[in-house]
Design a protein around this ligand. Structure first.
Ligand code: NAD
Length: 516
């Protein structure tokens, strides 16, 4: 155990103690208002900065999943027995449970996920925002009245599913947890959420603090463990009526299949290979700054990372040179350091995947113009998963790195000649999560945006995301939407109610009742 790793272990231990999750076996689950340890196999968390072990905890296992679903089922009925306004008040109150704990939550995320502490502080703010936004929706889910061509009053109610199962990845654990919890409970559901086995604790803490603030006991349950054991127990549980998954396309397929076997619908928020299109008439200072943030924030471990830079040929050399210089200047460092802008990759498997993709691209003829190796200036003990901000040119559309997700700090740049080619290159991937267009010609900006097969498009910007606006993918980036009213509606089913107003029932055989 080296000095840095010892510090990280001590910090984690103090933080878990502070949240009363420390025990002989860490209490890595939150079920029916109680923190409890897992019952399955031992899982070792590894420190992303040093590559050494941080902590052992145990997989939750099927029996705890069953208890969590039972708890959510009970609590959901009590939740729906409250008035809609009371549910909104409780959600607003729940947010106050976070007060005073923001810094500890950010620290916990930073040490386990390996994310820069500055980024983690920002994400705690997002948790708050998401609950406040959806609290406001609780008493505004009005339903509709349909002007049917008969003597009926026909109205539509938005009815919760009951208990939903949610599964989240390791790249933004707090963010994705709150992102899915808030609309689910605002719509009237109970929840069992399984975070990534690599980042188990912040979701448990969020559930606990929200309950301390005012959420009913047992409405939100967190189970931690591996996909094939705890995850599969959740997706296969008879008490779950909808699945919401955020993660890779490979696992997404398994989740959708598990749902289909029980005829349970799913929402899939999957990966991306987003194109960042820079026309020669763009404000190049802005485009360079935007392209840098688009790929290197979170060390590229972001579903919307702008991982493909398409630059009009006249500006290609200037933009790529400036970006390569900017990449070399990014402060890569330890997650807990205030100056760090980019931390390590989160885990060994991801590091191996990213470095393999770079090697394969170089073998196929691509050229590295920035990074591609361990960043300079790190302490010797930082033997974790650090990779310098990396840029590749001489990339052709057929290369794997041009169309498959890297999910790391790796930007590939390709030139294009005209609008038609820019759109063709941008759409030459099975993904369709996001994209951006940089130009000072407004007509071109809208024209190109409309042709991109992507759920989110930015014009002269990147990564503006709000809980108020729908988010989701086309193609292999998934289906269904999160955030905004669309995100809320994913958590309800419409129920159509027909009331005869003619005074006497007019029930006929066949379709004689006006149902055409
Ligand atoms: P992953 O698919 O490996 O794991 C995601 C979750 O699925 C984890 O909790 C894992 O334990 C669980 N899981 C795996 N197999 C399972 C199974 N058989 N049954 C049930 N659960 C199972 O993804 P990851 O590596 O954690 O995350 C990175 C991926 O997530 C990237 O592709 C990234 O683009 C994507 N992502 C997408 C969004 C979005 O909103 N579109 C947001 C963040 C991350």
């Amino acid at each position: 155990m080296n000095r840095l790793n010892r510090q990280a272990r001590e910090r984690l231990s103090t933080l878990l103690d502070g949240f009363e999750l420390q025990g002989a076996t860490p209490r890595s689950n939150w079920i029916d208002g109680t923190a409890c340890p897992g019952e399955g196999e031992t899982i070792t968390l590894v420190d992303p900065a040093t590559g050494e072990a941080l902590l052992d905890y145990r997989d939750a296992g099927p029996a705890l999943v069953e208890r969590a679903v039972a708890s959510a089922t009970r609590a959901q009925q009590a939740w729906m027995a409250l008035t809609a306004s009371e549910r909104g008040r409780r959600m607003n109150a729940a947010v106050r449970g976070l007060e005073g704990h923001e810094e500890a939550l950010a620290q916990l995320e930073s040490v386990v996920a390996g994310k820069p502490i500055r980024d983690c502080r920002g994400e705690v703010g997002k948790v708050r925002e998401m609950f406040e936004y959806y609290a406001g929706w609780c008493d505004k889910q009005h339903g509709e009245v349909i002007p049917v061509p008969t003597s009926h009053l026909n109205y539509v109610r938005h009815v919760p599913y009951g208990v939903v199962g949610q599964i989240t990845p390791w790249n933004a654990p707090m963010f994705t947890c709150a992102w899915q919890l808030a609309p689910a409970i605002a719509a009237g559901n109970g929840v069992v959420l399984k975070p990534s086995e690599l980042t188990p604790f912040t979701s448990v803490v969020i559930a606990r603090l929200l309950e301390q603030g005012g959420l009913p006991k047992g409405l939100v349950n967190i189970v931690n463990g591996l996909g094939p054991s705890t995850g599969a127990a959740l997706t296969g549980n008879e008490g779950i009526s909808k699945l919401v998954f955020v993660g890779s396309p490979q696992s997404g397929r398994l989740i959708a299949e598990a749902g289909a076997r029980r005829l349970v619908p799913s929402v899939l928020e999957l990966g991306g290979k987003s194109a960042n299109i820079v026309f020669a008439d763009a404000r190049l200072d802005d485009a360079v700054a935007g392209a840098q943030a688009a790929i290197f924030a979170a060390a590229g471990q972001s579903c919307v990372a702008g991982s493909r830079l398409l630059v009009q040929r006249e500006a290609f050399e200037e933009v790529t040179e400036r970006l390569a210089r900017a990449a070399a200047g990014i402060e890569v460092g330890l997650p807990g350091d205030e100056a760090t802008r980019m931390g390590p990759l989160q885990n060994a498997r991801q590091y191996a995947h990213v470095t393999r993709m770079i090697e394969a691209a170089v073998a196929a003829g691509a050229r590295v113009i920035a990074g591609g190796n361990r960043p300079a200036g790190l302490p010797d003990e930082a033997q974790g998963y650090f990779l310098a901000p990396t840029m590749l040119v001489d990339v052709t559309p057929e290369m794997e790195i041009a169309h498959e997700e890297v999910f790391g700090p790796v930007l590939v740049a390709m030139p294009f000649d005209d609008e038609e080619e820019a759109v063709r290159l941008a759409n030459a991937t099975r993904f369709g999560l996001a994209g951006a267009v940089w130009t000072q010609d407004p007509a071109r900006a809208h024209r190109v945006a409309a042709q991109l097969r992507a759920g989110t498009v930015w014009i002269n910007g990147y990564k503006a995301i709000s809980v108020m606006s729908p988010f989701g993918g086309f193609g292999d980036s998934g289906f269904g939407r999160s955030s905004g009213l669309d995100g809320l509606r994913e958590y309800t089913l419409p129920q159509s109610v027909w009331v005869e107003t003619a005074g006497e029932a007019s029930v006929a055989m066949g379709y004689g009742n006006g149902v055409g």
